[in-house]
Design a protein around this ligand. Structure first.
Ligand code: FPP
Length: 248
């Protein structure tokens, strides 16, 4: 795959050498389909194709960690047809892509509270995580039944259990040690959070982890989002200065 010349040369662009962690709120699937008079699920299916393309392109555009918001704790409010359709899309994606991910060096993780999901889907998640656990070229993390507040509440419960069991001294807890109770314990914080479709909300995504992340909001609907769209966004991101609250 080739990209526009101005972003093609990762050797000359320090932002692209950094092996970024980019998190994406993939929004606009429903509108993309509705605009064409099609059922919403068609938009989600197209969105899944975009996921596949983007994962493939990650090494070329400098992304080491890609974390995608696929189903929020609030998404259960959607119609049963849409919820079930999304769940079977996740299952199909994993069944179809597991072999290729394994070969291509993609490590897949699922974050979120999986206990509420179909046990078969949970098994699929456990298996793909185990099968790709040795990979390190691209880290694909998919958030399913995920909410930032829910994740923090689950982490607090786990830490409280450790305190009760005498395994954790409450006075020793720091932000870094608490972060080990989060679903993202093995991942760096995102450098950049991208939200598609013109919405400018955080929507309960990676609330703890994105404390110092850059945000980019684009009008592009997720089913129209290509690797080139991401390369353009990274170019914009590369021009920004990150000061982490300090002064340069
Ligand atoms: C938000 O758009 C999108 C979702 C809730 C689902 C995202 C899921 C996919 C892209 C499917 C494939 C994912 C993987 C990882 C295989 P929306 O439906 O809220 O759009 P709208 O705001 O236009 O209605």
């Amino acid at each position: 795959m080739t990209f526009d010349q101005s972003h093609d040369d990762s050797a000359g662009d320090p932002a692209l050498q950094n092996k970024l962690h980019v998190a994406v709120i993939m929004d606009g699937n429903g509108r993309w389909a509705t605009n064409r008079g099609w059922p919403r699920l068609v938009g989600h299916r197209k969105g899944a194709e975009r996921v596949r393309e983007l994962v493939d392109a990650c090494p070329d555009i400098g992304i080491r960690y890609l974390t995608l918001y696929a189903f929020s704790t609030e998404n259960w409010k959607r119609s049963t047809e849409e919820v079930l359709g999304l769940m079977s899309l996740f299952a199909r994606y994993i069944r179809r892509e597991a072999g290729r991910m394994k070969r291509e060096g993609v490590r897949m993780r699922i974050i979120g509270d999986r206990k509420r999901l179909d046990p078969k889907l949970q098994t699929l998640f456990d298996n793909v995580e185990a099968e790709t656990a040795q990979n390190d070229r691209v880290h694909l993390t998919v958030a399913i039944n995920y909410g930032g507040r829910d994740e923090i509440a689950r982490a607090v419960r786990a830490a409280a259990r450790d305190v009760a069991a005498g395994k954790l001294d409450p006075d020793s807890v720091t932000d870094a040690s608490f972060a080990r109770y989060l679903d993202t314990r093995d991942l760096p914080d995102p450098d950049l959070v991208v939200r598609t479709s013109g919405e400018t909300r955080v929507s309960n995504y990676l609330l703890w982890q994105a404390a110092y992340s850059e945000y980019v909001f684009t009008q592009v609907l997720w089913p129209d989002f290509t690797p080139q769209t991401m390369a353009d966004i990274l170019h914009e991101y590369g021009l920004r200065e990150r000061r982490f609250g300090g002064v340069k």
